[in-house]
Design a protein around this ligand. Structure first.
Ligand SMILES: C[S@@+](CC[C@H](N)C(=O)[O-])C[C@H]1O[C@@H](n2cnc3c(N)ncnc32)[C@H](O)[C@@H]1O
Length: 237
Protein backbone atom coordinates (compact mmCIF):
# COMPACT_ATOMS: atom_id res chain seq x y z
CA UNK A 1 0.00 0.00 0.00
CA UNK A 2 2.76 2.49 0.90
CA UNK A 3 4.94 4.39 -1.55
CA UNK A 4 3.10 4.06 -4.86
CA UNK A 5 0.32 6.62 -4.58
CA UNK A 6 -0.26 8.88 -7.62
CA UNK A 7 -0.11 12.66 -7.10
CA UNK A 8 -3.37 14.61 -7.37
CA UNK A 9 -4.18 15.77 -10.91
CA UNK A 10 -6.81 18.38 -11.67
CA UNK A 11 -8.44 20.29 -14.52
CA UNK A 12 -8.37 23.34 -12.19
CA UNK A 13 -5.37 25.72 -12.22
CA UNK A 14 -5.00 27.49 -8.88
CA UNK A 15 -7.72 28.71 -6.55
CA UNK A 16 -11.24 28.21 -7.91
CA UNK A 17 -12.61 31.44 -9.44
CA UNK A 18 -16.01 30.88 -7.76
CA UNK A 19 -14.64 30.32 -4.24
CA UNK A 20 -15.47 33.77 -2.82
CA UNK A 21 -18.97 33.77 -4.30
CA UNK A 22 -19.71 30.29 -2.93
CA UNK A 23 -18.41 31.24 0.54
CA UNK A 24 -20.56 34.37 0.62
CA UNK A 25 -23.63 32.43 -0.45
CA UNK A 26 -23.14 29.87 2.30
CA UNK A 27 -22.41 32.50 4.97
CA UNK A 28 -25.68 34.24 4.20
CA UNK A 29 -27.88 31.14 4.22
CA UNK A 30 -28.98 28.64 6.86
CA UNK A 31 -28.28 25.07 5.88
CA UNK A 32 -31.27 22.95 6.83
CA UNK A 33 -31.28 19.26 6.15
CA UNK A 34 -32.71 16.50 8.33
CA UNK A 35 -30.16 14.78 10.56
CA UNK A 36 -29.66 11.07 9.89
CA UNK A 37 -30.80 8.71 12.66
CA UNK A 38 -27.44 6.95 12.98
CA UNK A 39 -25.61 10.27 13.40
CA UNK A 40 -28.07 11.47 16.04
CA UNK A 41 -27.51 8.20 17.91
CA UNK A 42 -23.72 8.57 17.68
CA UNK A 43 -23.94 12.19 18.84
CA UNK A 44 -26.10 11.26 21.84
CA UNK A 45 -23.60 8.55 22.79
CA UNK A 46 -20.80 11.12 22.66
CA UNK A 47 -22.84 13.61 24.74
CA UNK A 48 -23.47 11.00 27.42
CA UNK A 49 -19.79 9.98 27.64
CA UNK A 50 -18.74 13.64 27.67
CA UNK A 51 -21.18 14.47 30.52
CA UNK A 52 -20.12 11.44 32.60
CA UNK A 53 -16.47 12.50 32.14
CA UNK A 54 -17.25 15.97 33.57
CA UNK A 55 -17.50 17.79 30.22
CA UNK A 56 -13.77 17.96 29.37
CA UNK A 57 -12.56 20.04 26.40
CA UNK A 58 -13.29 18.36 23.09
CA UNK A 59 -11.01 17.38 20.20
CA UNK A 60 -12.56 16.27 16.89
CA UNK A 61 -10.67 14.21 14.30
CA UNK A 62 -13.06 14.81 11.39
CA UNK A 63 -12.90 12.07 8.73
CA UNK A 64 -10.61 9.97 10.93
CA UNK A 65 -10.51 6.98 8.55
CA UNK A 66 -9.29 3.95 10.51
CA UNK A 67 -8.75 6.12 13.61
CA UNK A 68 -5.00 5.81 14.17
CA UNK A 69 -4.67 9.60 14.26
CA UNK A 70 -7.50 9.77 16.84
CA UNK A 71 -5.61 7.34 19.08
CA UNK A 72 -2.41 9.41 18.75
CA UNK A 73 -4.34 12.61 19.50
CA UNK A 74 -5.98 10.97 22.55
CA UNK A 75 -2.50 10.18 23.91
CA UNK A 76 -1.38 13.73 23.13
CA UNK A 77 -4.42 15.31 24.88
CA UNK A 78 -5.05 13.08 27.94
CA UNK A 79 -7.33 15.64 29.63
CA UNK A 80 -9.59 16.06 26.56
CA UNK A 81 -12.28 13.82 25.12
CA UNK A 82 -10.89 12.99 21.66
CA UNK A 83 -13.57 11.98 19.17
CA UNK A 84 -12.87 10.46 15.76
CA UNK A 85 -15.75 10.51 13.28
CA UNK A 86 -15.89 8.69 9.99
CA UNK A 87 -18.76 7.62 7.76
CA UNK A 88 -17.13 4.29 6.91
CA UNK A 89 -17.77 1.41 9.31
CA UNK A 90 -15.41 -0.72 7.26
CA UNK A 91 -12.52 1.75 7.80
CA UNK A 92 -13.24 2.14 11.51
CA UNK A 93 -13.18 -1.65 11.95
CA UNK A 94 -9.61 -1.76 10.59
CA UNK A 95 -8.26 0.56 13.31
CA UNK A 96 -8.15 0.73 17.10
CA UNK A 97 -11.98 0.92 17.49
CA UNK A 98 -12.32 -2.69 18.67
CA UNK A 99 -9.21 -2.80 20.91
CA UNK A 100 -9.77 -3.18 24.65
CA UNK A 101 -6.66 -1.28 25.78
CA UNK A 102 -7.63 2.12 24.33
CA UNK A 103 -7.23 5.23 26.51
CA UNK A 104 -10.50 6.18 28.26
CA UNK A 105 -10.57 9.56 26.49
CA UNK A 106 -10.74 8.01 22.97
CA UNK A 107 -14.08 7.68 21.21
CA UNK A 108 -14.54 6.48 17.61
CA UNK A 109 -17.92 6.94 15.98
CA UNK A 110 -19.50 6.14 12.64
CA UNK A 111 -21.45 9.23 11.67
CA UNK A 112 -21.98 11.74 8.89
CA UNK A 113 -19.84 14.80 9.63
CA UNK A 114 -22.29 17.17 7.96
CA UNK A 115 -24.88 16.24 10.59
CA UNK A 116 -22.42 15.74 13.45
CA UNK A 117 -20.96 19.24 13.08
CA UNK A 118 -24.45 20.76 13.02
CA UNK A 119 -25.49 18.82 16.13
CA UNK A 120 -22.40 20.05 18.01
CA UNK A 121 -23.18 23.64 17.01
CA UNK A 122 -26.88 23.36 17.77
CA UNK A 123 -26.04 22.14 21.30
CA UNK A 124 -23.57 24.97 21.86
CA UNK A 125 -20.60 22.58 22.11
CA UNK A 126 -17.31 24.24 21.15
CA UNK A 127 -14.15 22.41 20.13
CA UNK A 128 -10.70 22.95 21.64
CA UNK A 129 -8.96 21.39 18.64
CA UNK A 130 -10.39 20.35 15.29
CA UNK A 131 -8.41 18.24 12.80
CA UNK A 132 -9.27 17.68 9.15
CA UNK A 133 -6.50 15.38 8.01
CA UNK A 134 -6.26 14.59 4.30
CA UNK A 135 -9.90 15.14 3.35
CA UNK A 136 -10.90 13.74 -0.05
CA UNK A 137 -9.58 16.46 -2.40
CA UNK A 138 -12.33 16.35 -5.07
CA UNK A 139 -9.84 17.94 -7.51
CA UNK A 140 -12.12 18.28 -10.54
CA UNK A 141 -13.09 21.91 -11.09
CA UNK A 142 -16.80 21.10 -11.12
CA UNK A 143 -16.52 19.53 -7.64
CA UNK A 144 -15.77 22.68 -5.61
CA UNK A 145 -19.04 22.10 -3.71
CA UNK A 146 -17.78 18.72 -2.44
CA UNK A 147 -14.64 20.19 -0.84
CA UNK A 148 -15.36 21.08 2.79
CA UNK A 149 -14.77 24.83 2.26
CA UNK A 150 -17.17 24.76 -0.72
CA UNK A 151 -19.87 22.89 1.19
CA UNK A 152 -22.81 24.68 2.87
CA UNK A 153 -21.71 23.22 6.23
CA UNK A 154 -18.42 25.21 6.22
CA UNK A 155 -19.74 28.17 8.31
CA UNK A 156 -20.84 25.67 10.97
CA UNK A 157 -17.37 24.07 11.07
CA UNK A 158 -15.86 27.50 11.64
CA UNK A 159 -18.42 28.41 14.32
CA UNK A 160 -17.26 25.41 16.39
CA UNK A 161 -14.15 27.44 17.24
CA UNK A 162 -10.86 26.15 18.67
CA UNK A 163 -7.78 25.60 16.57
CA UNK A 164 -8.67 24.12 13.19
CA UNK A 165 -5.92 22.30 11.33
CA UNK A 166 -6.21 20.91 7.81
CA UNK A 167 -3.58 18.87 5.95
CA UNK A 168 -3.53 17.79 2.31
CA UNK A 169 -1.25 16.59 -0.48
CA UNK A 170 -3.01 18.98 -2.91
CA UNK A 171 -1.79 22.53 -2.32
CA UNK A 172 -4.79 24.07 -4.10
CA UNK A 173 -7.13 22.48 -1.54
CA UNK A 174 -5.20 24.13 1.25
CA UNK A 175 -4.87 27.48 -0.54
CA UNK A 176 -8.65 27.54 -0.87
CA UNK A 177 -9.19 26.30 2.68
CA UNK A 178 -6.85 29.00 4.04
CA UNK A 179 -8.67 31.73 2.08
CA UNK A 180 -11.99 30.46 3.42
CA UNK A 181 -10.66 30.48 6.99
CA UNK A 182 -9.14 33.93 6.50
CA UNK A 183 -12.46 35.35 5.34
CA UNK A 184 -14.26 33.72 8.28
CA UNK A 185 -11.78 34.57 11.04
CA UNK A 186 -10.26 37.81 9.77
CA UNK A 187 -6.79 36.46 10.59
CA UNK A 188 -4.04 35.59 8.09
CA UNK A 189 -3.82 31.82 7.64
CA UNK A 190 -0.53 30.75 6.04
CA UNK A 191 -0.20 27.51 4.08
CA UNK A 192 2.96 25.76 5.23
CA UNK A 193 4.96 22.91 3.72
CA UNK A 194 4.78 19.87 5.97
CA UNK A 195 7.51 17.25 6.08
CA UNK A 196 6.92 14.71 8.84
CA UNK A 197 10.03 12.64 9.59
CA UNK A 198 9.85 8.94 8.75
CA UNK A 199 7.76 7.14 11.36
CA UNK A 200 6.13 10.38 12.59
CA UNK A 201 3.17 10.55 10.19
CA UNK A 202 -0.09 11.20 12.05
CA UNK A 203 -2.37 9.27 9.69
CA UNK A 204 -2.15 6.37 7.21
CA UNK A 205 -2.82 8.73 4.29
CA UNK A 206 -0.05 11.05 5.48
CA UNK A 207 2.32 8.07 5.62
CA UNK A 208 1.22 6.83 2.18
CA UNK A 209 1.71 10.25 0.54
CA UNK A 210 5.00 10.87 2.37
CA UNK A 211 6.38 7.50 1.25
CA UNK A 212 5.25 8.29 -2.33
CA UNK A 213 7.27 11.51 -2.33
CA UNK A 214 4.29 13.89 -2.51
CA UNK A 215 4.55 17.46 -1.24
CA UNK A 216 2.44 17.80 1.92
CA UNK A 217 0.81 20.98 3.20
CA UNK A 218 -0.94 22.17 6.31
CA UNK A 219 -2.73 25.25 7.58
CA UNK A 220 -3.96 26.07 11.03
CA UNK A 221 -6.25 28.81 12.31
CA UNK A 222 -7.21 29.93 15.79
CA UNK A 223 -10.99 30.32 15.62
CA UNK A 224 -11.59 30.91 19.32
CA UNK A 225 -12.55 34.54 18.67
CA UNK A 226 -14.91 33.82 15.77
CA UNK A 227 -18.41 35.03 16.54
CA UNK A 228 -20.96 32.32 17.14
CA UNK A 229 -23.75 34.74 16.32
CA UNK A 230 -24.59 36.60 13.13
CA UNK A 231 -25.80 35.46 9.73
CA UNK A 232 -23.91 32.17 9.78
CA UNK A 233 -24.78 31.22 13.36
CA UNK A 234 -25.81 27.58 13.55
CA UNK A 235 -29.50 26.77 13.84
CA UNK A 236 -31.02 23.58 15.13
CA UNK A 237 -31.07 21.08 12.27
C1 LIG B 1 -8.89 10.51 2.34
S1 LIG B 1 -9.58 9.77 3.75
C2 LIG B 1 -8.50 10.31 5.05
C3 LIG B 1 -8.61 9.47 6.29
C4 LIG B 1 -7.67 9.83 7.44
N1 LIG B 1 -7.93 11.17 7.95
C5 LIG B 1 -6.23 9.71 7.03
O1 LIG B 1 -5.60 10.75 6.78
O2 LIG B 1 -5.72 8.59 6.98
C6 LIG B 1 -11.03 10.79 4.01
C7 LIG B 1 -11.98 10.19 5.05
O3 LIG B 1 -13.08 11.07 5.23
C8 LIG B 1 -14.24 10.29 5.43
N2 LIG B 1 -15.42 11.11 5.10
C9 LIG B 1 -15.69 11.76 3.94
N3 LIG B 1 -16.89 12.38 3.99
C10 LIG B 1 -17.40 12.12 5.23
C11 LIG B 1 -18.60 12.49 5.90
N4 LIG B 1 -19.55 13.24 5.31
N5 LIG B 1 -18.78 12.04 7.16
C12 LIG B 1 -17.85 11.28 7.78
N6 LIG B 1 -16.69 10.89 7.19
C13 LIG B 1 -16.46 11.31 5.94
C14 LIG B 1 -14.06 9.10 4.49
O4 LIG B 1 -14.85 7.98 4.86
C15 LIG B 1 -12.56 8.84 4.63
O5 LIG B 1 -12.27 7.88 5.63
Amino acid sequence: MFGNSLPVTSNQDGVHPDLQRVLERHRAAHFRKPVSAHTLQAFERMQSIWSKAGQPPLVLDAGCGVGWSTLRLALRHPDHLVVGVDQSAERLQRGPAGADDNPANLLLLRADLVDFWRLLAAHGMALAHHYLLYPTPWPRKQHLGRRWHGHPVFPVMVALGGTLECRSNWIVYLQEFAIALQISSGAAVPVLAWDPPEGAALTPFEEKYRASGHGLWRCCADLSEVSRTGPHAPVLP
